[in-house]
Ligand binder design. Structure first.
Ligand code: ADP
Length: 636
């Protein structure tokens, strides 16, 4: 049966019922009027014309009244019929399903929405229990719902699922209905329940019959939306929880990194403070310059060396600190070097003359190192004031010259006989030549050419003798030998410091073993230093000529040999001296070195013996040599 057909039938039934009601009402009115008439007891035969006229008038008025009432009734009936039609239309067209049940829950009446919802026609529904359409899981609730309605006669609401015809199949854990990201197979809309909201009221028919009126709404979509929202909410909550835990981790990581950064910053600051302290405490001047040679910073030592304040230095050219003539002469124009990017300037220590603020010159050692920060090139210049070193060097030079002078003096003694021999030779020659001259002059015929030749030779020999004597004069000058109370260990240390460079260059390992109980001895300290210097130099020579691949060792000892006798030993593990050489090395002019004089050992022995000491040596070829000499504490 189609929807309009159902509507028409319902309207017809209602209209018929209304007409019947009207006819019943009219009949009822007539009966009641006749009864009233008979009860009034009016006898028209005995009534006067006036009374009859009066009664007639009354009847006419009553009739008009009745007709008016009838009209009113007909209109009301029409309105009732219209409103019934309206109700029937609304009842049937309403999207809300309406059911009328009897007290046992049996369907009496259903609108179209109800037939659609329950899937059966009105005829089929009529007489069936509504419980049949309720899902088994909601049967108990439904029972109590009907029971409460019947008992308490109050409005009741029940949420229940509709029983599905083909049985139920829904995945209980999937309330997302395709909106969430569950497995799609579990989310099929076809497998879902229909959710209902039942609102019931109790009603009594005009015949005082009890009935239950139900308005049923399909709240599946609302339910699904609610469940989807709750599913999405729980997913959101889960996600938020996950993200929160990630955020907590990231936060912890960040906190840890911040702590690490703080620690690094603290260490950096500490290091910076330390570096600054070193920077400013350094006795060497430190300047930072850019690639144009402009000073960016300078430490306290720079200020002390040059006499400028920091403000006067920063922003100036580094060349300002160098003597202009010096920097040009020595090729150390830092600014030009840096601008030309000449690499040789980096890392090298150069001796240059600096110029102080007051214009005085200061000897400097300057070196530059390169560094870069964020790709920008900078240079650090280390400036050392070497005035003291220069002074010391000059002193050492003077001292060496003095030693050389002593050597020459000693040499004179040793070379005396040799020189005498050399002077004797030209003198003998001159004597011979002059005798020859005398002979020529005494002869009858003087050969002046030959005489001239001999005189020339005499002249040459005389010049030679003169040169020898001149050389001797150069060699000797007046130096008085004097003895003083001397700390022999200090003399040893002085001699060693003079050889420090040679020891370093020759890779010689020095072992010092100086006794502390040695008293001061009365010696000519310069002469004794000369002896020690000779021995150390000989050892270094012996060690450096050896090709053997072993550490080169030089051991210097001082100790008390006896109560009043000091002994000095200079031992090396060099090439040693073979037996043939042992016999000759103490004689003057014996040397095995290409540029040697062969006088060192003989002079040393003479000096030691002049100090009433004993000079000796022992040696094994390839094992090394020991030279030693004794010195009495007091000269007798
Ligand atoms: P010079 O050193 O000028 O040669 P010296 O009189 O000091 O004169 O030495 C003479 C020679 O003695 C040396 O040429 C060298 O052959 C030898 N001699 C000296 N000291 C040592 C030494 N420690 N080890 C080996 N040979 C040495």
């Amino acid at each position: 049966m189609t929807t309009p057909a159902i509507e028409k039938q319902d309207a017809e039934t209602l209209r018929t019922k209304a007409e019947q009601l009207l006819i019943d009402h009219q009949n009822d009115v007539r009966k009641r009027a006749e009864s009233l008439m008979s009860k009034s007891g009016a006898d028209i035969a005995r009534m006067s014309t006036l009374d009859i006229e009066k009664m007639l008038f009354e009847f006419q008025v009553h009739q008009i009244e009745l007709e008016l009432q009838n009209e009113e009734l007909t209109r009301t009936q029409q309105e009732l019929s219209d409103s019934r039609d309206d109700f029937a239309r609304i009842y049937n067209l309403s999207p809300v399903a309406y059911l009328t049940l009897n007290g046992q829950g049996v369907i009496k009446k259903a609108n179209i929405a109800a037939t659609r919802l329950l899937g059966e026609s009105k005829e089929s529904l009529a007489g069936k229990k509504l419980a049949k359409f309720i899902h088994p899981s909601d049967q108990d609730n439904y029972y109590f719902f009907i029971h409460d309605l019947v008992e308490e006669k109050n409005t009741r609401i029940l949420n229940a699922k509709l029983a599905v015809k083909n049985g139920e199949s829904i995945h209980p854990e999937c309330p997302g209905f395709g909106l969430c990201d569950c497995t799609p197979a579990l989310c099929s809309q076809n497998e879902l329940f229909t959710y209902l909201e039942l609102r019931g009221i109790v009603n009594y028919t005009p015949k005082n019959e009890f009935e239950i009126c139900l308005a049923i709404q399909d709240i599946t979509e609302y339910k699904h939306t609610q469940e989807t929202i709750s599913c999405l909410n729980s997913k959101l909550e889960k996600k938020i929880l996950e993200q929160t835990s990630t955020l907590v981790e990231v936060n912890m990581d960040l906190t840890r990194k911040i702590t690490e950064l703080k620690e690094s910053k603290r260490q950096l600051l500490e290091r910076e403070t330390r570096i600054n302290a070193i920077f400013n405490a350094s006795i060497e001047g430190i300047v930072t310059i850019d690639t144009s040679g402009i000073i960016l910073s300078a430490n306290a030592a720079v200020k002390a060396i040059f006499g400028y304040s920091e403000e006067e230095l920063v922003g100036c050219s580094f060349n300002k600190l160098l003597s202009p003539s010096q920097s040009k002469k020595q090729g150390y124009d830092v600014v030009s070097y840096l601008q030309a990017k000449i690499p040789s300037i980096i890392g090298m220590i150069r001796e240059v003359d600096g110029i102080r603020k007051d214009g005085t010159v200061v000897p400097l050692d300057v070196s530059l190192v390169e560094f870069s920060i964020d790709g920008t090139q900078y240079y650090t210049g280390i400036v050392r004031d070497v005035s003291l070193r220069k002074y010391q060097e000059q002193k050492d030079k003077d001292h060496l010259e003095e030693l050389a002078h002593v050597t020459r003096l000693c040499l004179i003694g040793e070379m005396g006989s040799g020189i005498a021999h050399e002077v004797n030779q030209p003198l003998t020659a001159i004597v011979n030549y002059t005798q020859a001259c005398l002979r020529f002059i005494g002869a009858d015929k003087t050969d002046f050419d030959q005489l001239g030749e001999i005189l020339f030779k005499i002249h040459q020999q005389a010049l030679k003798a003169g040169q020898i004597i001149h050389r001797m004069k150069d060699f000797v000058s007046n130096r008085k030998i004097f003895r003083t109370e001397t700390d022999i260990n200090s003399v040893l240390e002085d001699a060693i410091s003079l050889c420090a460079n040679d020891l370093k260059q020759g890779n010689v390992i020095l072992e010092l073993d100086l006794a502390k109980n040695i008293p001061k001895i009365t010696v000519d300290d310069v002469q004794i230093e000369q002896v020690i210097l000779n021995l150390i130099r000989n050892s270094i020579d012996a060690l450096t000529v050896t090709t053997q691949n072993k550490p080169r060792r030089l051991r210097i000892q001082s100790y008390m040999k006896k109560r009043d006798l000091v002994e000095i030993k200079v031992c090396d593990n060099g090439q040693g001296i073979d037996d043939a050489q042992k016999a000759k090395i103490l004689t003057p002019f014996f040397t095995t070195k290409p540029t040697g004089m062969g006088m060192g050992l003989s002079i040393s022995r003479s000096i030691v013996e002049a100090h009433q000491g004993v000079f000796s040596f022992s040696s094994n070829p390839d094992e090394g040599t020991v030279f030693s000499f004794t010195l009495p504490v007091k000269i007798k």
